[in-house]
Design a protein around this ligand. Sequence first.
Ligand code: F6P
Length: 441
Amino acid sequence: MTAANRLMIDMTNFFADAVGESGVEASEVEALSPRLEGLRERLQGWRAGKEPSFFHLPFEPEHLETVYEWGQEITAGFEQLLVLGMGGSSLGGEMLVHCLGGSEEFSDVLFIDNVDPVRIEETLEGVEWSDTMVLAISKSGNTAETLAQLLTLLPHMERAIGARAVKDHLLIITEDEGGGLAEVGRTLRAPMVPHPPVGGRYSVLSPVGLLPGYVAGVDVEGIIDGAASMAERCLSADIRENPAFWGGATQYLLAEQGKSLTVLMPYFERLNKVGSWFRQLWAESLGKLDAEGENRGLTPSRAIGATDQHSQLQLYLQGPADKQFTLFIADEMIYYGDRIPARFKDIPAVSPLAGHSVGELLAAEFMATRETLTRNGRPNRTIRMPALDAFTLGELIMLLEMETVVVAELLGVDPFDQPAVEEGKVLTREYLAQMEGQLSL
Ligand SMILES: O=P(O)(O)OC[C@H]1O[C@](O)(CO)[C@@H](O)[C@@H]1O
């Protein structure tokens, strides 16, 4: 595996030297280092594979083997992959496909990650069942939405390809063999791939995310190499040398000082789904009660440059000083896009644009936003990628996962559970039961 670091993390504008009193001091971040000692020890165990963890996924070659085996079968036999799943069961795959997908041999990977009947109907309208493989993913196997998605599209499949062929068009990823999805799969004799023993929001580096990615043409080995390289860097005992410890501890401190809204703002639309994936990771991992029963958490928010400069930036600059920002830019951006013709260069509004590529304009807008945030005392950091490629995306995924775990450690919460979500699931079932009562009257 290559150890070249491609992701550059510029934290300068998180600190008081750049943004004044709304920033933090490097010495304050360093002072948090002893509180991360327990995590450092656990990380060594995770790296050695002593207990299941997302951190070890890039070092488990069997996941890639499964992805190649199924990926080749799907790309050889089908035109389309339809992925069913909620939250962590779909967001990682969607991120990979959206960021780097676009294989010419294989056209479509579609995701149904809701039970909005209109959206489902619209998605299914274009599905040619004889050319489609369905991938149903649920770690627990009992998620109502995922089961409803699968069970409602089964009759469509059966009508189109015949009941006996369904098992050749369906693949299931689930962990719990006693769960509803496994039960349905066994009845239909559909093949099953085990979900790794990690939470859905930490599962992107397993077949859960990599298989849809592979099918869309993503270089999954590059993703894994990048993630492994970042994981090794995150083992450093020196907090300043450890990107996730340094980044996570700084974001924690900023939040403790009132900046508990984390805004992710890529200047690259392909990175938009990184924001969707990160929102679940950050929200479900951090938003919970600590040991003293205090409500803790940092609220994720996402924006997209340059579009949201014309929507959110006014708030960011002069609204409440409760936010910290992570901006993303890819150096290659300046080479993209047509040059703006000089034809109307005598018009004052056109003259500064003439001759520049559209990518150069976007890059200039990024630099301007970064500077205005800084001048207005709004703490911000920049994650710079030379190019948006698989290795860099793998580094980014591992960095954001590890930063989440670091912030959780400092908040004193468990990053791997989501105890409060259960209540809503129970109530949903109760409401359904009530509706059944009404309908039977
Ligand atoms: O993979 P499963 O078990 O279907 O869960 C889907 C999602 O639902 C949650 O349990 C609750 O939102 C998430 O943590 C998870 O990613």
